[in-house]
Design a protein around this ligand. Structure first.
Ligand code: NAD
Length: 290
């Protein structure tokens, strides 16, 4: 396929490289990041989109996506697919898809989980919103960049799945960390705590696969001085998106709201920026109730 790839940052660059390695013809554009080897350099986003079967975007947020979509949709061929893999608000995803469809192209929102490691290894999970035919046509690309793609329904539903998943992730990470900090104060050994919880009803991905306690459980960012991994500020971004969506749809999400507030103070008022989101554990372990 002929692919235009816009946004070649931490995630986009390895994803584009994997597509080129698999034999696709990839033209890339980024306002700042260098163009990776094997990718043709386009002069503009519109240029990268011209003549492409699929235009992939991997951008920081919904406002930038809307701007870039305004540039690329008029340049796209009829029936081509605008495949947005960024994490953005549901409203922007639906607005951009509407614009693409009105212009005679097709659109998929396909945010990912798996992080930079997953982008490099081609093992991302895609959560996809959009039409059946666009999903079927994009499937071979999902198979190169990832190991799983779930079709979640119409436009915006990929983003909905992503923020609901990450709201659970933020809440359970906080729960796991505060429980470790309480266990410390009760004199319970962290290894014993892991051995019990990881095989009991308190188990979760954050405990079993990504344990926030250094030296306990499988290797995780906690064993590397909390270098991300998944940075606390990205967790905060996703939690904020969840609360924006909750407000827009009148959903009661008290735990999501509290998790957002905790990650906000961790990132903005404390030392959380640039640290893995599991560094909530050293945060809790230093604190008392006051
Ligand atoms: P990044 O900041 O490294 O990359 C974004 C790229 O977009 C940058 O290179 C930037 O120069 C480029 N860009 C900005 N405006 C542009 C424009 N108008 N035209 C062209 N390029 C433009 O971010 P990232 O870590 O690659 O994340 C990208 C998206 O993936 C985000 O939405 C993020 O939330 C999501 N995501 C990231 C991770 C992760 O672990 N990093 C995991 C899952 C999802």
């Amino acid at each position: 396929m002929k692919i235009g790839f816009i946004g070649l940052g931490n995630m986009g660059a390895p994803m584009a490289r994997n597509l080129a390695k698999a034999g696709h013809e990839v033209a890339g554009f980024d306002v700042a990041a260098p163009i990776p080897q094997g990718i043709a350099s386009a002069e503009s986003a519109a240029n990268a989109a011209t003549g492409a079967d699929v235009v992939i975007t991997m951008l920081p947020d919904g406002a930038i996506l809307r701007r870039v979509a305004g540039e690329v949709i008029p340049a796209m061929s009829p029936g081509a697919i605008l495949l947005d893999c960024s994490t953005v608000d549901v409203e922007s995803a639906r607005a951009v898809a509407g614009q693409a469809i009105a212009a005679g192209t097709r659109a998929l929102d396909a945010p990912v989980s798996g992080g930079i490691g997953g982008a490099e290894a081609g093992t991302l999970t895609f959560m996809v919103g959009g039409s059946d035919d666009a999903f079927a046509d994009a499937k071979p690309l999902f198979e190169i960049m990832g190991q799983k793609a779930v079709h979640c329904g119409p436009s915006g539903n990929g983003q909905a799945a992503k923020i609901c998943n990450n709201m659970i992730l933020g809440i359970t990470m906080i729960g796991t960390c505060e429980a470790f900090a309480l266990a410390d104060k009760l004199g319970l050994d962290r290894q014993a705590m892991f051995d019990v919880v990881s095989t009991s009803s308190g188990y979760s991905w954050t405990m079993n696969a990504y344990c926030p306690a250094p030296g306990v459980g499988p290797t995780s960012p906690a064993d590397n001085d909390y270098k991300p991994g998944f940075a606390a500020e990205l967790m905060l971004k996703d939690l904020r998106l969840s609360q924006q969506a909750a407000e827009a749809s009148d959903a009661d999400t008290p735990m999501g709201q509290r998790a957002t507030e905790l990650y906000r103070s961790f990132v903005e008022d404390e030392d959380g920026r640039g640290r893995d989101f599991s560094a909530m554990l050293p945060r809790f372990e230093r604190r008392g109730r006051g």
